[in-house]
Design a protein around this ligand. Structure first.
Ligand code: NDP
Length: 255
């Protein structure tokens, strides 16, 4: 194995990917498996398709049904991971939802659903994983999915709940990075720009036409273009990186 391979290797590591049944989570789960990790994938409806993709490439993975908004459900899934894999080194805390709605029209229930999934859900998963890592003395890496929307306000669609949830994720990340540094646990966030996935591909054409001139690269990113960033944050390559928000947005937030 060459120097670079060693630096970015996840051999012998157990990784949890939430929301890995489709979209970014599916592609990143495959990337983590190719880098050598055994991958446990959580979503409400399961992730059998992702498991099949990983196994076809010779990797190891399994799917668990769990809802990140439920502490009981997450605790059950993590107990299952410990039973099956014996450890937990990496968490890609990726499950999330978005509702596009004008603030004056959105219901409080919609606000709560987005905050509950994107912010409280990531908190529940990070906390449960942190407990395991601290208990077992694992110097793990937690990667929280944020978004450029945690830094800028997207236009022309209105999505205040989403923007606030992702800004919360970025500061939750910094808070946990400080709190868990004494245990050697690193906590970072990833902030993509527009990425072509089911979440964004189903977006109405008028909206995508409005986004096009706002994107410096004049295109959306692909989930594959996030794999390297997640492997970097998961592996020993980022041993002194914690509390960072890694923005992968084709320079969108620079404008
Ligand atoms: P998708 O909608 O394609 O996938 C979301 C995944 O999350 C699905 O597997 C879904 O599975 C799962 N999920 C949703 N709610 C829950 C829940 N309560 N418990 C467990 N799993 C859940 O989204 P993307 O791949 O596009 O997005 C993934 C993440 O990346 C999100 O956090 C999103 O905010 C973020 N992001 C996306 C960008 C984009 O442009 N696509 C840009 C920046 C950030 P199921 O429904 O079966 O539970």
């Amino acid at each position: 194995m060459g120097y670079v391979d060693t630096l970015f290797s996840l051999k012998g590591k157990v990784a949890l990917v939430t929301g890995g049944g489709r979209g970014i989570g599916q592609v990143v789960a495959l990337g983590l498996a190719k880098a050598g990790a055994e991958v446990a994938i959580i979503s409400r409806s399961g992730a059998e398709e992702t498991v099949t993709l990983i196994e076809k490439e010779g990797g190891k993975a399994y799917s668990l049904k769990a809802d990140v908004t439920s502490e009981k459900s997450v605790d059950g899934a993590l107990a299952e991971i410990l039973k099956k894999s014996g450890s937990l080194h990496i968490v890609f805390n990726n499950a999330g939802i978005c509702i596009h709605k004008d603030t004056l029209e959105a219901s409080i229930a919609e606000w709560r659903e987005v905050l509950e999934t994107n912010l409280t859900g990531e908190y529940i998963v990070a906390r449960a994983a942190g407990r395991i890592m601290i208990d077992k003395g694992i110097k793990g890496s937690i990667i929280n999915m944020a978004s450029m929307s945690g830094t800028i306000v997207n236009i022309p669609q209105w999505q205040a709940s989403y923007n606030v949830s992702k800004a919360g994720v970025i500061h939750l990340t910094r808070s946990l990075a400080i709190e868990w540094a004494p245990y050697g646990i690193r906590v970072n966030s990833l902030s993509p720009g527009y990425i072509a996935t089911p979440m964004s591909v189903d977006t109405p054409k008028e909206l995508k036409d409005a986004w096009a001139p706002l994107m410096p690269f004049r295109r959306m990113g692909t989930p594959e273009e996030l794999i390297g960033a997640v492997i970097y944050l998961a592996a020993d390559s980022s041993g002194y990186t914690s509390g960072s928000d890694l923005i992968v947005d084709g320079a969108y937030v620079c404008q």
